[in-house]
Structures are given as structure tokens and as C-alpha cells.
Write a protein that binds this ligand. Structure first.
Ligand code: PHB
Length: 390
């Protein structure tokens, strides 16, 4: 009997030992994102960027091995994202949460990280308000108002005075419409019509026809990157809006580097505002693209802004581990992130100490052929742009 008890205790101890050592030497990052369904490229790009960072910098920092634990929300699924966050924290003992391509998924996790005091790095979701939902959230991607205001200013400077807006009907789309309208009207522009399209399975033909009938000088568009941009541009061309003298201006989500080739030459000349282009000319971007190619299967396709933000997510996490060590405390982690400056593949960036949102250069770009391939070529820039949405 005594022996049996001792044996049980011994087995229990043995089981605990590797776990304890593992916990000390490993920092687990729970990555909640969309890895299947129509938004599958979001999770894939974010993770591919994370892997690129780890390939380039090694998977160990300050003596801690960094381990990614991924969970697929399969699309916009706030309840699923929330449950994954709870499980990752309580069962898998992750010290960080990261990922979040879509706004509803990021929003749903805010209350979980507040309660658990676990730092959460948003790798894409771009609705301005996300970082206000928890003091444990920082964002390394962008905010939609941050990239929309410069597009309004560019339009005004270039003689565009009447615009129709078309946006996806959820957080970032409403942010885009609100900020573009505000900046454009402040500068003397007129909004001649507004339309919102559904996040899931939109059909753009009716929207495009209404824009055509209104005859604005331009249509300003925000759509979540990927397939929707392809669909919109196809309809825009089929209905002959360019021939009717209507210009297409947008945030860079629409000319997403990952799908630009699939959109084809009709994108040539399209003007967008954004924080990242795969064609950005810098040693940091070259190093990122090299690491992305080395760390990932070529089938993943071209790197885009989500991959760049996945890479920067790891830059932020490595910085916290360097400063705080392996036993991540939420408050210390956030203190380490506030004011953190680094040179991203997109250019110089900083985490705003007040909002925990990213401060960065916003570029105005034009689709051109570069070495025979379609590219978002930057031709103007506004440095140190804070989120104007707060
Ligand atoms: C978002 O859901 O916040 C989102 C998704 C795709 C984008 C930008 C923002 O391209």
C-alpha cells in the first residue's frame, strides 16, 4: 500500500518535472486566426510572417524557446475566438495571445485578456477601437482611420472633389467611411453617396451600378483584403466605370500584394494609401522577404501586409521576452511594449505609449509593373501617422 502510494507520487512528480522545466524554458504564443474558409489567407500570412521572424532571429530569445500554438476560427467567429483564448490561457498556459485577422475575433477576446492579464498583440484586425477594449492589447498592424485619412488628403490635392464611398459593413469598413468622410469634407470635398456591402459573400454588381449612375469623380473603397478586392475590381471593369470617368481610390487592402497578380493588369495605375508594400525598398524589407521565402513553402504565395505584421508581432514578443524574461507578467509586458520603436519591413514604427497602437509612415502607392510584375509602388509618404480614429 505504502509502496503503491509512493509509486503514484513518484509518477506524479516525474510527470510534473518536464512540465515545470518546459514552462521555465518555453514561452508559448497562442495564435488565434483564420486558417480556413474565405479568409484562410489571413491566418496563413500572419503565421508565415511569424515563422519568417523566427527563421531569421532563431526560435530562442533570452534563453527561452518560443513556441507557437495555432487555433483556427475558420472566419469571423467571435464566440469561437473567445473560447480558444480561454482554453489557450487556462489549458495551454500561453503567455501571449496574437494573430486576429478579423476585427470581430479580436474584439471578442478583449475581455478575456483583461481578466487574465495576458498580453495580446493584434497582428491585423484594424478597427480603431480594438486597443481601447483592454489595457493588455497592443497592435502592430495599422488602424483603418490611419490609412484612410491620407487617401482623402491625396484625393483633394489631386482635384477630386466628389466621391462615392463603398465599404464592407462591419468595424473597419465603418471606420474607413467615417474617417474618409471627415477628412474629405474638412478639406472641402463632397460625399455624393455611401454604400455598405456585407462581410460574407458580397455581390458587388448592384453597388457598382449605383456608383456608376451617381457619376462621382471617384469611388473610395474599403474591403477586407483578398478575394473581395478581386471581385470588386472585376465588377468595376465589367461595368465600365473607368471608361465613364470614375476613378477608384482605396486603402491598400484592395491591391493586397498577395492577390495582385490574380487581379491582373486592370489594376495598373490604381492609387491606394497603406503602411506596407512588398515593393518597399529597404534592407529590412529585403531581409523579411528573404526570411519569408526561406521559412515557408512556396505554395503560400506572395507576402503581404499581414505577413509583415506577423513578423512584427514576433519582433514585439521577442522584445518583451528580452526585457521581462520568461515569466511574462501582463503589466510588465505592456510597459515593455509602450514606446517600443523598431525598424519594421515597412519602415520605422513605434507603439504609442498612450494608445498601444502603432505609429507609422503611411505611403501613397500606384500599381505599376516592376521587373515585369505588378507592384504597389510607393511615390509619396506621410511619416509618423498616429491613429486619428481615437
Ligand atoms: C479587419 O477585420 O479588421 C480587417 C480585415 C481585413 C483587412 C483589414 C482589416 O484588410
Amino acid at each position: 500500500m505504502k509502496n503503491a502510494i509512493l509509486r503514484v507520487m513518484f509518477i506524479g512528480l516525474m510527470a510534473a518535472v518536464p512540465f515545470a522545466t518546459g514552462a521555465q524554458n518555453t514561452v508559448k504564443v497562442g495564435v488565434i486566426a483564420e486558417f480556413s474558409g474565405p479568409f484562410a489567407a489571413y491566418g496563413e500570412q500572419i503565421e508565415a510572417g511569424m515563422k519568417a521572424y523566427m527563421k531569421q532571429h532563431g526560435d530562442t530569445v533570452a534563453g527561452k524557446k518560443i513556441e507557437l500554438v495555432t487555433r483556427d476560427t475558420k472566419g469571423p467567429a467571435p464566440e469561437v475566438a473567445k473560447r480558444f483564448a480561454q482554453e489557450l490561457i487556462t489549458r495551454d498556459k500561453v503567455q501571449f495571445l496574437a494573430g486576429f485577422g478579423l476585427t470581430p475575433n479580436a474584439m471578442a477576446v478583449a475581455s478575456v485578456v483583461t481578466e487574465a492579464k495576458v498580453p495580446m498583440i493584434v497582428s491585423n484586425a484594424a478597427t480603431s477601437a480594438i486597443t481601447t477594449r483592454s489595457p493588455y492589447i497592443a497592435r502592430v498592424s495599422m488602424t483603418i482611420p490611419q490609412v484612410s485619412a491620407p487617401m482623402a488628403e491625396w484625393a483633394l490635392k489631386n482635384g477630386i472633389k466628389q466621391v462615392y464611398t463603398v465599404v464592407a459593413d462591419y468595424g473597419p469598413g465603418i471606420d474607413a467611411e467615417t474617417q474618409f468622410t471627415k477628412s474629405f469634407k474638412t478639406g472641402g470635398g463632397e460625399i455624393v453617396g455611401t454604400l455598405r456591402t456585407p462581410l460574407q459573400n458580397p455581390d458587388f454588381s448592384a453597388a457598382i451600378q449605383r456608383v456608376k449612375d451617381a457619376k462621382p469623380q471617384a469611388v473610395f473603397v474599403f474591403l477586407p483584403a483578398g478575394e473581395q478586392g478581386i471581385g470588386f475590381v472585376k465588377s468595376f471593369n465589367e461595368r465600365g466605370l473607368a471608361q465613364a470617368g470614375i476613378r477608384l481610390i482605396a486603402t491598400g487592402d484592395i491591391t493586397d500584394d498577395h492577390v495582385l497578380d490574380a487581379m491582373g493588369d486592370s489594376t495598373l495605375g490604381m492609387i491606394t494609401s497603406f503602411h506596407y508594400s512588398a515593393a518597399h525598398d529597404s534592407p529590412e524589407n529585403a531581409a523579411f522577404l528573404k526570411a519569408y521565402a526561406a521559412a515557408n513553402d512556396p505554395k503560400i504565395g506572395k507576402a503581404n501586409f499581414m505577413a509583415a505584421a506577423g513578423y512584427d508581432t514576433m519582433a514585439a514578443i521577442y522584445e518583451v521576452v528580452r526585457k521581462v524574461g520568461g515569466d511574462i507578467d501582463g503589466d510588465k509586458a505592456m510597459a515593455a511594449l509602450k514606446g517600443y520603436k523598431w525598424v519594421s519591413p515597412r519602415g520605422p514604427v513605434m507603439i504609442d505609449p498612450e494608445t498601444r497602437d502603432i505609429v507609422q509612415t503611411v505611403y501613397i502607392r500606384k500599381v505599376e509593373k516592376k521587373d515585369g510584375k505588378l507592384a504597389n509602388v510607393e511615390f509619396d509618404k506621410i511619416p509618423d501617422v498616429k491613429d486619428p480614429g481615437k
